[in-house]
Design a protein around this ligand. Sequence first.
Ligand code: WT7
Length: 639
Amino acid sequence: MSDQSQLQAQAAEISIDHKTLYPPSPEVVARARIKDRDTLSKFAADHPEQFWAERAEELEWYGKWEKVLDDSNKPFFKWFVGGKFNIVHNALDRHMKTWRKNKVAYIWQGEDFSERQISYADLNREVCRFANVLKSLGVKKGDRVTIYMGRVIELPIAMLACAKIGAVHSVVYGGFSVQALAGRILDSQSKVLVTCDGAYVNGKVVELKQIADDAIKEAPIVEKVVVYKRTGRKIGWVEGRDHWWHDLMKDASPVCETEVMDAEDPLFILYTSGSTGKPKALLHTHGGYAVYTYTTMRYVFDIQDEDRYWCAADPGWITGHSYIVYAPLMNGATSIIYEGGPAHPAPDRWWSIVEQYGVTILYCAPTGIRGLMRFGEEWPKKHDLSSLRLLGSVGEPINPEAWRWYYVHVGGSRCPIMDTWWQTETGGFMITPLPVTPLKPGSATQPFFGIRAEVVDDNGNPTPPGEEGYLTILAPWPGMARTIYGDPDRYVQTYWSRYPGRYFTGDSARVDQDGYFWIIGRVDDVLKVSGYRLGTAEVESALVSHPAVAEAAAIGLPHEVRGNAIYTYVILRAGYEGTPELAEELRQHVGKVMGPIARPEKVEFVAKLPKTRSGKIMRRVLKARAQGLPEGDLTTLEE
Ligand code: WT7
């Protein structure tokens, strides 16, 4: 197994402790939708197509599918082939026929404590109006629209409006910067960009419009920009190109027909980092993605009508796409969206939101928990958190210490933690507890219904219990990404060629003697920093774009709160001196090019980098050196 994953295992203090089981309480079992995981698991394993067809029947289709699964062109699987469908019909339109139209869809709180609530009927009206706005700007079925916004309700509105008319949204996280945005606009060929005049995060304003203006200079294909006013600050304006959201919405009709799509028509693309410098756009479709996210939300978070559900992620990531926007709305849930930082203005901001709205289900990332844990348990203690009944975790392994803090001080030792393992590529939860699953802190427990997961060695043979290997998935599932937009070869290469016939996750894991899965971490050049996914190659190319830098290498080292911190090694061009000021300038440069999340912890100047004879940087050697660990096999090293 790689050094990297061993280091990550240490960092996450994963202990295979089979003894500490946290069984669900009788109250949790009493109200759980699925009480007997094993029986349904067996049924789904024996009859996957029937299992998924029954789930699909719970949604509304304009026309029934002819075939549940088409596997004639592997690995380009198709689900619900021939079915006529639109995810927005299920997220909004169908609720208009029931009492649920007056139910609150989103409760929003700004970082400045301003508040909005929007019912399903109002949300539907806004989505229809924005769909008409998009049409008036010339957006047609199949066109890509880039959305680059802060955490406001208009972000889901823009996404849903695209989906409603059959356009393909490409949301770029509001924490990304000029180059990242420009690259994604160009790759997706978006002619329309939806943004905000700014966003409030941690007491500061993120100048989204300024970044968008700079990005469009590099990606001049954008013809129309729609700007939602959040801050009211002065921004640049290009007459003819830029339009205020509120101006366009004023005259837009609140009635708009939902486009009838094929189940396999594209719904969105979402960029994520891989092992090269170029992020890849995973493509998800209307039908299968809807069935998968709807079902996983229902069974794992056991969502009920009286719930107040809060996923504290950003809608700009897959977690937000699936479990803030589409799955909660299809399930008719009431969700909370909070705009700002978890510790602003004080470290009890999250807990005050839980108390204020009576949140029953809280879903967040371990890095958030570790960050708030530092301030001490007196902060959650200030608030009545007794409304909570289920907790969730996602994005990286949760170390047992954070797990226990979350369990005891947030969940009052009554709420099971759904540690959900999944990826941008998988669309929804893949390995996850259900409320009734006995838990082991740090384990994502078992594969979801119909998911066949296996941990294998280099040769593709299952590893014995307790032994580390590569996590692979053996059978297709409805929520899987269908391809990499514009690059099907890379899709096959990245995910389906290492182990023919299997999906390769890029993660290492172990399975213990009870069949519980323990995710260890990435085995490729992908880093998880505060739950964000970044490629070392992207950080390196950002560094090299600075005139002083000849060559650069980036690695992740264990970090107490962020999971990983980025360390970089730089060879300067002749004539430059490695001063502390230049190191700081390079850190800021990466932040400016990629976004603050990618800003390295440290920039170190070196005269040479450890490389293989073929010129590949040996990052594991840098990592071992940085930590004073043995450097391992150096036979291929040519420094
Ligand atoms: C990578 C995918 C899926 C939504 C957010 C991340 C890591 C994700 C867990 C978990 C251990 C996890 C994996 C995976 N990861 N969830 N519960 N336990 N690791 O999506 O940005 O596509 O990242 O996140 O390494 O491969 P993503």
